[in-house]
Design a binder for this molecule. Structure first.
Ligand SMILES: Cc1cc2nc3c(=O)[nH]c(=O)nc-3n(C[C@H](O)[C@H](O)[C@H](O)COP(=O)(O)O)c2cc1C
Length: 173
C-alpha cells in the first residue's frame, strides 16, 4: 500500500526535501564571466519556457558567485551535460570553491562563437540574455532569451540527478 505522508508545512522542510528527491532532472552548468574568465556552476533548476520566442528559466541562489556576475553582465550560458560529464557537475557544485572552467577544462570552454562560456562536449549550449527576473525567497528566477544554440548532435545520453545522486537514462518504457 502507498505510504501517504502529510503535506509539508512551512516548518517541515524534511517532507518537502523527500518529495523533491523523487523528481529526476537534467544537469546543467550555468556559465558566466568572472574577472573576465569562464566560470560555471551546477544547477538542475532549468527548463524550457517557450519555443517562440525561445526562452528558458533558471533558478539561482542569491549567495552564489554566479548570481552577482549574471546580474552584472545580464547574460548566462546553459550547458546541458552528458552522462560522461559527472566530474564537471561535481566540480561546479562544490560550495565555496573557485569554479573557473579554464583551470578545470582548459581552453575548450573559450570560444569566440558564443557570448557566454561553453563547456566543450556539452550536449547543448544556449547563449541567453536576461529578459526577466523574479526574486523568490533566497533565489532569483531568471528568464533568458536564447540568442544562440549549439548542439553536439551525437548520440550521448544526458546526465540526470535523482534521489541525491547522478544517474543515466535507463531506457524507453
Ligand atoms: C545536482 C545539483 C543541482 C543543483 N541545482 C542548483 C540550482 O538549480 N540552483 C542553485 O542556485 N544551486 C544549485 N545547486 C547548488 C550549487 O551548485 C552549489 O551550491 C554551488 O557550489 C554554489 O556555488 P558557490 O560556490 O558560488 O556558492 C545544485 C547542486 C547540485 C549538486
Amino acid at each position: 500500500m502507498t505510504d501517504v505522508k502529510p503535506a509539508a508545512t512551512a516548518g517541515d522542510d524534511r517532507a518537502f526535501r523527500e518529495a523533491m528527491r523523487t523528481l529526476a532532472g537534467g544537469v546543467v552548468i550555468l556559465t558566466t564571466w568572472i574577472e573576465e574568465r569562464p566560470w560555471g556552476m551546477t544547477i538542475s533548476a532549468c527548463c524550457s519556457v517557450s519555443a517562440e520566442p525561445p526562452r528558458v528559466l533558471v533558478s539561482v541562489g542569491h549567495l552564489t558567485c554566479v548570481h552577482a556576475a549574471i546580474k552584472a553582465g545580464n547574460r548566462f550560458g546553459v550547458n546541458v551535460l552528458g552522462s560522461d560529464q559527472k566530474h564537471i557537475a561535481e566540480f561546479g557544485a562544490t560550495p565555496g570553491q573557485a569554479k573557473f572552467l579554464d583551470t578545470y577544462l582548459g581552453e575548450s570552454c573559450l570560444t569566440e562563437d558564443t557570448a557566454t562560456p561553453r563547456v566543450g562536449d556539452a550536449l547543448a549550449h544556449l547563449d541567453c540574455v536576461v529578459a526577466d527576473q523574479l526574486e523568490v525567497s533566497d533565489h532569483t528566477l531568471l528568464v533568458g532569451d536564447v540568442e544562440r544554440v549549439t548542439v553536439a548532435g551525437d548520440d550521448r545520453e544526458p546526465l540526470l540527478y535523482f534521489d541525491r545522486s547522478y544517474r543515466r537514462v535507463g531506457g524507453n518504457l
